[in-house]
Design a protein. Structure first.
Length: 565
């Protein structure tokens, strides 16, 4: 057998204690001599999104063992975006992405594993695992654990988003609380991640477009038994790469592959969070790829999938018409995805997805019948966001909005005003000091945006923030504003009553003030004291960069030459 990374833990006289630890785990001589393959997941009880992992992890371990490896299962953390939403706990959501990548690096390098199979479920776990894989650069296969089934309510499919928006309807008297209670019990009928094209499903598709995932697995509902077969094959694929010098993550994650990832986000009206996570994955590979690169791809990619929240369908519907493979094949044929890019199997995207089914015409549109000529997510520039900001335009009827600013210094302040309906049609609600540094942690604001939509004001007002949005957010919602207010970005200079213009067609967002007035305000601006002086959030705020470059926390392109065999 060829030399392995894990040899450092078991060969020779000085490794006698190491082997004793392995024997204490029940490994015999044969198992100790085999490649050591990590299998990481978020098995636990923090969120339904990750509760599909158990049987899939077991299957991956079987596949590794059958292919001649020794699987080593470990878990990492997950912060439920749903349960942390709309309170201070949400500040830990984006931070958890870094913790996941860091923890994978610590285990894979600390224990000298030869390869990795990784599962993701809740939103930040998917990019976190992929970032860890690219950082460690050992042979790796990613698998998204799968979405929940949609619920049924009043004769139609519903998702968790319906419950968020229904809270706003109750506050306006449009819905009875008793009806909301029934919806609460119907909208999420199984374990798995959110069923719409929110962040988890978006990043699941991204993993396939990048080439890091087993093919056509991302849209299979999380509770479907067929997932076990894909996980078992993932074990065999990673072993083939370990034993045969197969592709490593940085062979797969190239600039073209990153552009493919952006294309599938745009083509499906995916989560704005992807424009934060794709640059972060690129950063791990040492590739400069920021919001401007994302914008170029979004602008040239047609919207061909009619998925919630801007459209009609869910992950289960995509699975039933042929899965992510249908979308990737269609985008390859349209020239929106480069089919020559490599995948974990060593084959190209075109080879893997070339025989997929054709678009059905409803869930996925045929060539020449796109829902929109460009992507469902747009990057805006202007004097309020010189380094960029993001808005999901899929499903929007209003693409231009101009109105007076209502400035809030935190999400909680704005949420109270929205609950009291203390705003007017035409307003531009600005929530600042919620960026990577200022929050810290970029709170996700589905609670506020869903209330606005539930109050039937989703396109009557705009919401602008240096924080984040959920993939389920809809309406005129501009987030990820860079640079953020806390570091002196222009959002810090806006005052109540200033007129703000958002033009999605022109890809611009500006405060309608002369340059000299902005310069005068900038000279007067002073940073606010940090909200956290100790603990994880303080450490994060001291290290994190801006949203347009992925809100990353280290120099990128990490090397570990001692293990690079």
């Amino acid at each position: 057998m060829k030399a392995l990374r894990s040899d450092i833990t078991r060969e020779g006289l000085h490794r006698t204690p190491h082997r004793a630890f392995m024997r204490a785990m029940g490994l015999d001589d044969a198992a100790i001599a085999k490649p050591m393959i990590g299998v990481v997941s978020m098995k636990g009880e923090q969120t339904p999104c990750n509760m599909t992992h158990g049987f899939q992890v077991d299957a991956a371990k079987e596949g590794i063992a059958e292919a001649g490896g020794t699987p080593r299962e470990f878990t990492t953390i997950s912060v439920s975006d749903g349960i942390s939403m709309n309170h201070e706990g949400m500040k830990f959501s984006l931070v958890s992405r870094e913790l996941i990548a860091d923890s994978i690096e610590a285990v894979v390098h600390g224990l000298a594993y030869d390869g990795l199979v990784g599962f993701g479920g809740c939103d930040k776990t998917l990019p976190g695992v992929m970032m860890g894989m690219v950082r460690c650069n050992v042979p790796s296969v990613f698998i998204y654990g799968g979405a929940a089934l949609p619920g049924r309510f009043d004769g139609k499919d519903v998702t968790i988003l319906d419950s968020y928006e229904a809270v706003g309807a109750v506050l306006t008297g449009e819905m009875e609380e008793a009806t909301l209670a029934k919806l609460e019990r119907a909208c999420l009928p199984s374990v798995g991640a959110c069923a719409g094209q929110f962040t988890a499903n978006t990043m699941g598709m991204v993993s396939e477009a990048l080439g890091l995932s087993m093919p056509n697995v991302s849209m299979i509902p999380g509770v479907y038994s067929e997932r076990a077969g894909h996980a078992r094959r993932a074990g065999a694929v990673v072993m083939a790469a370990v034993l045969g010098n197969g592709p490593r993550p940085r062979d797969i994650v190239t600039k073209k592959a990153l552009e493919n990832a952006c294309a599938i986000v745009a083509a499906t009206g995916g989560s704005t969070n992807a424009a934060l996570h794709i640059p972060a994955i690129a950063h791990e590979a040492g590739i400069g790829f920021d919001m401007d690169n994302v914008a170029e791809v979004f602008a040239r990619t047609p919207l061909i999938a009619d998925l919630r929240p801007g459209g009609r369908f869910t992950a289960k519907d995509v699975h039933e018409v042929g899965g992510t493979a249908v979308i990737i094949r269609a985008l390859i044929e349209q020239g929106a995805i480069d089919g020559a890019c490599l995948t974990v199997s060593g084959e190209t995207l075109a080879q893997v997805y070339g025989s997929a089914a054709s678009p059905d015409g409803a869930v996925v549109r045929e060539h020449g019948k796109a829902i929109a000529p460009d992507g469902g997510v747009a990057v805006l520039k202007g004097n309020l966001c010189p380094d960029g900001a993001l808005i999901k335009v899929a499903g929007l009827k209003t693409l231009v909005h101009e109105g007076p600013a209502r400035v809030f210094e935190s999400e909680q302040d704005c949420a109270r005003a929205v609950e009291a309906r203390n705003y007017r049609a035409g307003d531009v609600l600005i929530i600042r000091n919620e960026g990577p540094v200022g929050g810290p942690g970029m709170q996700e604001m589905l609670g506020v945006t869903a209330l606005i939509y539930g109050q039937k004001m989703g396109e009557a007002v705009a919401l602008v923030t240096d924080g984040r949005f959920s993939g389920a957010t809809r309406g005129i919602c501009v987030g990820y504003v860079a640079p953020e207010a806390a570091v002196g970005g222009p959002l810090a200079l806006v005052r109540d009553g200033d007129r703000v213009r958002i033009d999605c067609t022109a890809r611009r967002m500006d405060v309608l003030l002369p340059d000299d007035e902005l310069a005068r305000r900038r000279a007067q601006w002073r940073p606010a004291p940090p909200r956290h002086r100790a603990g994880l959030l303080a450490k994060y705020a001291a290290q994190v960069g801006q949203a347009n470059k992925g809100a990353v926390t280290h120099a990128g392109g990490a090397e570990w030459p001692w293990f690079d065999r």
